[in-house]
Design a protein around this ligand. Structure first.
Ligand SMILES: C[S@@+](CC[C@H](N)C(=O)[O-])C[C@H]1O[C@@H](n2cnc3c(N)ncnc32)[C@H](O)[C@@H]1O
Length: 231
């Protein structure tokens, strides 16, 4: 289970703003959305994707179990004056029966191998399930990458077993991390890559920037599969 902390939210927000990752993601998701339909970003985390989509004119409900994440989105909505976004602190286990959206987006959350029916029952038109693809250049080692590759296969198998009609689209977007100092970079690595030789990886990969606030940058190409599962 993923838990947000103050630091994780701060780093994620900084990486999102630096790389504009969610703008790129929204570019690829938008063709599957219809303006005016009911859309839910389920397990929305810090809400960066939901805010971009709402700013592009898609009314959206953003739901997450984490109080810290939802508090963060609410503060961001205030700053951006995003009007089309409703937020709810809620577990997907507690969504009342019968509640449905046309499209449910789940981005790096949930476990479709175990809970496919639960998520699928929440949408009437499609589930857009975005997942990580294995990545040898990510923070970690080969064993770690192999694990993600296997999880990927299991997820696709889970969809096929249900006989659902789906299409997959693969992308790679930069989602690296800017840092104010090497000390901060080490804190980041300790928070995210405890078991995976992260400090060695950091020392090898970290780059200098010309930015006075964030003089260090850890590049990262995030490789994703967008899986559109139709009703
Ligand atoms: C890895 S984060 C991804 C967040 C966001 N979708 C993104 O891509 O940045 C997983 C998110 O799922 C949320 N989550 C986990 N279990 C949940 C549940 N039962 N109901 C709602 N949200 C949940 C977590 O709080 C967390 O924000």
């Amino acid at each position: 289970m993923f838990f947000w902390s103050e630091n994780k939210i701060k780093w994620y927000d900084r990486a999102a703003k630096w790389t504009r990752y969610h703008e790129h993601l929204a570019d690829e998701i938008s063709p599957f959305l219809v303006k005016g339909e009911k859309i839910c970003d389920l397990g929305c985390g810090t809400g960066h994707l939901a805010i971009v989509l709402a700013n592009r004119g898609y009314p959206l409900t953003a739901i997450d179990i984490s109080e810290q994440a939802i508090d963060f989105i609410r503060r961001e909505i205030g700053k951006e004056q995003t009007e089309l976004l409703e937020t709810k602190r809620l577990s997907w286990n507690d969504i009342p029966q019968g509640v449905q959206w046309d499209t449910v987006i789940m981005n790096f959350t949930g476990d479709i191998t175990r809970e496919f029916e639960k998520y699928f029952s929440l949408c009437s038109r499609q589930l857009i399930y975005i997942m990580r693809r294995f990545n040898y250049s990510s923070v970690g080692n080969r064993e770690h990458s192999q694990r993600y590759q296997d999880i990927n296969k299991e997820m696709i198998c889970a969809i096929e077993r249900r006989g659902a009609v789906y299409e997959t689209h693969e992308f790679e977007f930069e989602f690296g991390q800017p840092f104010i100092s090497i000390e901060e970079a080490l804190d980041y690595i300790r928070a995210y890559a405890k078991r995976a030789g992260g400090e060695k990886y950091l020392v090898e990969k970290i780059e200098n920037t010309n930015n006075q606030h964030y003089p260090l940058y850890l590049p990262y190409k995030k490789r994703i599969t967008i899986c559109v599962i139709k009703k």
